[in-house]
Design a protein around this ligand. Structure first.
Ligand code: ADP
Ligand code: MG
Length: 497
């Protein structure tokens, strides 16, 4: 579903992104994932009396980089504030965040609106999504409810881990656009090294604010906020479910009540967490333990200048320099490591268009399968053993007609899993294509002699007869003949008969 017939869908996203630092935002405790509870804490994380926060300079650098990569204004002065609320995993009783004076404001990024068709053609255009702000803040700890039935435990390993919160304007108009936006943001942040953004580890998590209004209305409708969804697909599904919920409610004369909801992905259902009739009052005030964060213009300029090539620029370069279809270029760039592999393979002599096709189709399919089997995000970790040069030589064998595409596809999983030299593997498996035209002609003669009926059909103008005969020759060659060559030989013989 892309648009609703009666209502305009309005979506704004808040994304929390874990910065790629070794230590926490205000303490020397390490940042880790999956360790035993409470192994990475200091008096600051534990909120022991008298412990004082010290700002992590690397986190600031990464937050500036996030702003620079998304066209934000980066403010020379920003201020850390206390956001006061009580929660068991927040020992201080407040979270240090930025409120009135965030580090970055007024950014934007561009999404390709439903323009990428499977054949690579583009129907839509690009759409600019405004970013309201990017501010720095610390993460909270975690409550564990997996102990005894009557116990909850607190793990403070995550307490104080550095985050940026990236808030968009309500510019998105469908679940699909929200998905495009998130994927683009994800690719940008990974490219510039701000975050690993591993969604399974909660390093990139999204709150989606959704409202509906009548087409043409100027006022925004009342929104509900879907909390903490951590996969692209689930964000899209949760928004779709929310649109259906709100449209049904409005259709039946009801009113949307502002609320925070959760999404149960397993059952594709939303559940109410709390109603939000009034704005939350967190009694924000500047944290007296921290002086304003002041950054010189030189430092901001230097960080901007040192940014690596951004995904949009890279995508355009792939389209222009290598003649790739927009869809292929976008797919490669979306998974940054795949784009690196592509470039290395091209440098090793692979024909770019073929390399892009094989990567986005066959290699991605293989990676997805690994991911399903292992539950690990192989796409993220680039988990294959084949070297770019090996991949290039596999494509070279296909191009030279020494290996059929089908045989190459058969070899690919083993090459990806174990690496190795495609040529020796091909020989070991006896898959070298029969390109010796003498041998192919002999096979074609055999087949024609055995299939008078097919010849008859061909004479009567039945083109399918050629396919049938081709199938027979391919069978004789045990799949090792180049189909195009077989077809040429057969047609020549049929026409000469
Ligand atoms: P809060 O922090 O209370 O959730 P904000 O005003 O910071 O509220 O808004 C958070 C997000 O909600 C932003 O991404 C914004 O674009 C989006 N948003 C605000 N109003 C609406 C609305 N009526 N419909 C959809 N999204 C909205
Ligand atoms: Mg919010």
């Amino acid at each position: 579903m892309s648009a609703h017939p009666d209502y305009e869908v309005v979506i704004g996203l808040e994304v929390h992104v874990q910065l790629r630092t070794r230590s926490k935002l205000f303490s020397t405790a390490g940042v880790s994932y999956g360790d035993e509870p409470n192994q990475h804490t200091t008096p600051v994380c534990l909120a022991l009396p008298g412990a004082l926060p010290v700002l992590n300079a690397h986190a600031v650098e990464l937050a500036i980089r996030a702003g620079a990569a998304t066209n934000c204004t980066i403010h020379p002065t920003s201020i850390f504030a206390r956001k006061n609320y009580f929660y068991p995993d927040l020992p201080k009783g407040y979270q240090i965040s930025q409120f009135e004076h965030p580090l970055c404001t007024d950014g934007w990024l561009e999404i390709e609106t439903d323009g990428l068709k499977s054949d690579g053609s583009k129907t839509g255009g690009t759409k600019r999504i405004q970013l309201t702000r990017i501010h720095m803040e610390e993460d909270a700890g975690k409550s564990l409810h997996d102990g005894r039935a009557d116990q909850s435990r607190i793990d403070l390993n995550r307490a104080g881990v550095p985050l940026v919160e990236i808030v968009s304007e309500p510019d998105l108009r469908s679940a699909e656009e929200a998905g495009f936006y998130l994927r683009k943001l994800h690719a940008i942040l990974r490219t510039v090294g701000v975050s690993d953004a591993d969604m399974e580890k909660g390093q990139f998590r999204c709150d989606a604010n959704v409202s509906l209004r009548k087409h043409g209305a100027t006022e925004l409708g009342t929104r509900r906020e879907i909390k903490n969804v951590n996969s692209f697909r689930f964000v899209e599904a949760a928004i779709e479910a929310e649109i259906v919920y709100q449209a049904d409610l409005l259709d039946s004369g009801g009113e949307v009540r502002q609320a925070t909801v959760g999404y149960d992905a397993e059952n594709d259902r939303l559940f109410l967490m709390r109603l939000k009739e009034n704005a939350d009052d967190y009694r924000y005030f500047p944290d007296p333990d921290l002086i304003p964060l002041v950054i010189s213009q030189e430092r901001i300029d230097a960080i901007r200048a040192a940014l690596p090539e951004l995904p949009d620029v890279r995508r355009h370069r792939f389209e222009e320099a290598h003649g790739l279809a927009a869809a292929d270029a976008a797919k490669l760039v979306g998974a940054g490591s795949l784009a690196d592999f592509f470039e290395a393979a091209v440098a090793a002599g692979a024909e770019p268009k073929a390399a892009a096709k094989w990567l986005t189709r066959d290699v991605v399919a293989w990676l997805n399968e690994q991911e399903r089997e292992s539950g690990d995000s192989a796409l993220e970790t680039q988990g294959f053993a084949l070297a770019p040069a090996g991949f290039a030589s596999l494509l070279g064998l296909v191009d030279a007609g020494r290996l059929t595409a089908k045989s190459a596809r058969d070899l690919l999983p083993d090459l990806l899993a174990q690496g190795g030299d495609p040529e020796s593997l091909m020989q070991e498996r006896g898959l070298e294509a029969v390109s010796d035209s003498g041998a192919l002609e002999a096979m074609a003669d055999d087949v024609l002699a055995a299939q008078p009926k097919a010849i008859e059909s061909f004479r009567e103008g039945d083109q399918k007869a050629v396919n049938f005969l081709m199938g027979q020759v391919m069978k004789q060659s045990q799949g090792k003949a180049d189909p195009a060559q077989v077809r040429k030989i057969l047609i020549a013989k049929l026409e000469a008969l």
